[in-house]
Design a protein around this ligand. Structure first.
Ligand SMILES: NC(=O)c1ccc[n+]([C@@H]2O[C@H](COP(=O)([O-])OP(=O)(O)OC[C@H]3O[C@@H](n4cnc5c(N)ncnc54)[C@H](O)[C@@H]3O)[C@@H](O)[C@H]2O)c1
Length: 340
């Protein structure tokens, strides 16, 4: 791959920090912007430590047009990977306008600033949540979107904005990756998922129980139409997700326009199966109790992951045991998360 200068928005976050490692190890120059609203600057120190490479970092809110523009003026940016967003489904039902402003407004601001600076190549973080409560399993990119909460809607709207931008600005090349459920951590145990506040996602919740920071997992719903009644998700290792971004960059020049790919393993795992796999990895029973279904949750989301394999020959390389081992390794080494 030809080394490029890649702007990574939200680079201090869970997926962003792992992607920075992949990009730097592939020889690229990296520039990060983040407002640290859901991350720690120390994650970026760890990226430097793992890779032995330095890179520029700016504390900028994605919506700050002048601040963003200054970053494009300071660096010869070839392409952008856009992670920065708010991502909690439940929270998005409480503060929907904040989600629309940051996720949609921030993306509009970014693509506009890119256009002003003649940057045409973008990889965008989308989400399987846009499929909503679909009865199709597995879900292919051709299945209809049916967002059931403001977060999912914001991601779907971003895809629409970017797709339309590509129609009217033909030199643009945009790849949207619809992630299923990224979990796990860097195998060194130096990077991982460390959300601010009480975790919204199941894996950091499990690992914080295992180190004694939380007491019990609430399993939201055991009456779904699934074999054990708990919700099924397609978990994917965060290092596989990061690797897919490196590969997506290589394919931005294949052709102009808007393309979308699912990013999952193609296999479903229930909440109870995940609890069992994590218990095995950490060697402790994880206390859990059945609670009612959570508003906005759906029974099953499994990727049809054939498209990205067919087009790019890319597939995941890490399994559920790897995901649980690495997530536990990070939490064990960093029981209180990143140093503040
Ligand atoms: N983690 C998942 O389960 C998942 C699933 C599907 C899609 N995604 C998408 O992937 C992307 C990254 O997710 P993540 O899990 O790494 O989340 P994260 O919260 O760990 O990372 C997001 C980063 O963006 C930053 N940020 C947020 N708002 C910003 C703003 N206005 N300006 C600048 N920086 C801002 C945060 O501080 C954080 O560092 C998001 O777009 C998310 O919607 C995540």
């Amino acid at each position: 791959m030809k080394p490029e200068t890649v702007l990574v928005t939200g680079g201090a976050g869970f997926i962003g920090s792992h992607t920075c490692v992949e990009l730097l190890e592939a020889g690229n120059d990296v520039v990060v912007i983040d407002d640290y609203s859901n991350s720690h600057p120390s994650a970026l120190d760890r990226v430097r430590e793992i890779t032995g490479k330095s890179f520029a970092v700016y504390e900028v809110d994605l919506r700050d047009r002048a601040g963003l523009s200054a970053v494009f003026e300071a660096h010869p940016i070839d392409s952008v990977i856009h992670f920065a967003a708010k991502k909690a489904v439940g929270e998005s039902t409480q503060i929907p306008l904040e989600y629309f402003d940051i996720n949609i407004g921030g993306t509009t601001n970014l693509i506009r600033t890119m256009h002003q600076h003649e940057v045409t190549r973008l990889v965008f973080s989308s989400s399987c949540s846009i499929y909503g409560d679909s009865s199709a399993a597995p879900l292919s990119e051709a299945d209809p979107a049916n967002p059931t909460n403001p977060y999912a809607l914001s991601k779907w709207m971003c895809e629409q904005v970017l797709s339309q931008a590509c129609v009217y600005i033909p030199e643009l090349s945009v790849i949207a990756l619809r992630y299923f459920n990224p979990i796990g951590a860097h195998p060194t145990g130096r990077l991982g998922e460390d959300p601010l506040g009480v975790p919204n996602n199941v894996m950091p919740y499990l690992s914080q129980i295992a180190v004694g920071r939380l007491t019990e997992l609430s399993v939201f719903g055991d009456d779904y139409p699934t074999p054990d009644g708990t919700a099924i998700r397609d978990y994917i290792h965060v290092v596989d997700v990061a690797d897919a971004h490196r590969v997506a960059l290589e394919h931005l020049d294949d052709r102009d326009g808007f393309r979308v790919f699912n990013l999952g393993t193609g296999s479903g795992v229930s909440v109870l199966e995940l609890v069992a796999a994590f218990s095995k990895a950490c060697g402790k029973e994880i206390p859990h109790r059945i609670a009612g279904r959570r508003l906005g949750d759906v029974a099953s989301l499994i990727a049809d992951a054939a498209n990205i394999d067919r087009e790019w020959g890319w597939r995941t390389r890490r399994d559920l045991a790897d995901m649980c081992r690495d997530a536990w390794n990070f939490q064990r080494q960093n029981p209180e998360g990143y140093p503040v």
